[in-house]
Design a protein around this ligand. Structure first.
Ligand code: CAA
Length: 263
């Protein structure tokens, strides 16, 4: 069942079972990311994150563009003081970092600049064959400043990241798959279905286990190996305080499907 829960000019939201879907919706600007859109996206992400009936969040765009980057028309007149005092990027783009549930990006067409960086801030990227990933800020004498210079090398390594950031090279979906930037590539006609099926599968698992896994994987980028392993071990031990973990193991032994209470 599809329920429309929120609509405004820049994003559309729906729920599909336990999946919260957010569609970026500035088609005339190829979903260029302005403050209004990023405020709405942040609010929608936090609303789904706080909704006990949602287990995973899907972020997508149109057939032509996931997002073509920060809105250049808006940025063109800004001064240093505007962005410094206004906390550009930090103020609303980073809301996604607060989200504890899995976030999946379904990307068709352009994922450029801030659009590529938004996809990189998601946990899983499912790409259509038409997807094109680039950090072309250098062409504007700008810099990929929404996490691009930090998340891209962690995803694809220094060599590919430097090439993309310094030359504005555009990666096809297949290249992005080969380099480890995306999780899987599907034909365009199957993107929405595949991403929704994946999100539905994930959302059907125990929510506290999903949250612990997401937090643990993210720790891999934030800590030494031994600190990360220690964090992981504590999260594993904490699973034994979860009734869902006992249900999952009992269901396996009883050769039946588990019924999770997300506890
Ligand atoms: N900001 C504002 N408007 C944008 C935009 C953007 N990032 N990207 C596209 N648009 C607008 C275009 O201006 C155009 O508007 P009009 O019809 O009013 O002229 C409309 O969207 C359609 O775009 P095009 O005609 O250019 O479409 P195309 O199919 O010929 O080209 C494209 C598509 C290659 C993505 C091209 O639009 C493009 O290069 N866009 C800019 C990409 C870019 O530089 N992104 C980085 C932005 S900076 C950034 O993101 C900083 C950061 O790290 C936070």
């Amino acid at each position: 069942m599809v329920t429309h829960t929120m609509t405004n000019r820049t994003i559309l939201t729906e729920t599909h079972g336990r999946v919260g879907l957010i569609r970026l919706n500035r088609p005339a600007q190829l979903n260029a990311l302005n403050d209004e859109l990023m405020d709405a996206l942040g609010a929608a992400l936090l609303a789904f994150d706080g909704n006990a009936d949602v287990g995973a969040i899907l972020v997508t765009g149109s057939d032509k563009a996931f997002a073509a980057g920060a809105d250049i028309a808006v940025m063109a007149d800004w001064t240093y003081m505007d962005v410094y005092q206004g906390g550009f990027i930090t103020r609303n783009w980073e809301t996604i970092r607060q989200v504890r549930k899995p976030v999946i990006a379904a990307v068709a067409g352009y994922a450029m600049g801030g659009g590529c960086e938004l996809a990189l801030a998601c946990d899983i990227i499912v790409a259509a064959e038409s997807a094109k990933f680039a950090l072309p800020e250098i062409k504007l004498a700008m810099l990929p400043g929404a996490g691009g210079t930090q998340r891209l090398p962690r995803a694809v390594g220094k060599a590919k990241a430097m090439d993309m950031c310094l030359s504005a090279r555009v990666l096809s979906a297949q290249e992005a798959d080969r380099y480890g930037l995306v999780s899987r590539v599907v034909p365009d006609a199957e993107l929405q279905n595949t991403a929704l099926k994946l999100a539905t599968q994930i959302a059907g698992y125990s929510l506290p286990a999903l949250m612990a896994i997401k937090e643990s994987v993210n720790r891999a980028h934030e800590s030494s190996l031994s600190e990360g392993i220690l964090f992981e071990r504590r999260e594993l031990h904490a699973r034994f305080a979860s009734s869902d973990a006992h249900e999952g193991m009992q269901a396996f032994l009883g050769k039946r499907q588990p019924v999770f209470q997300h506890r």
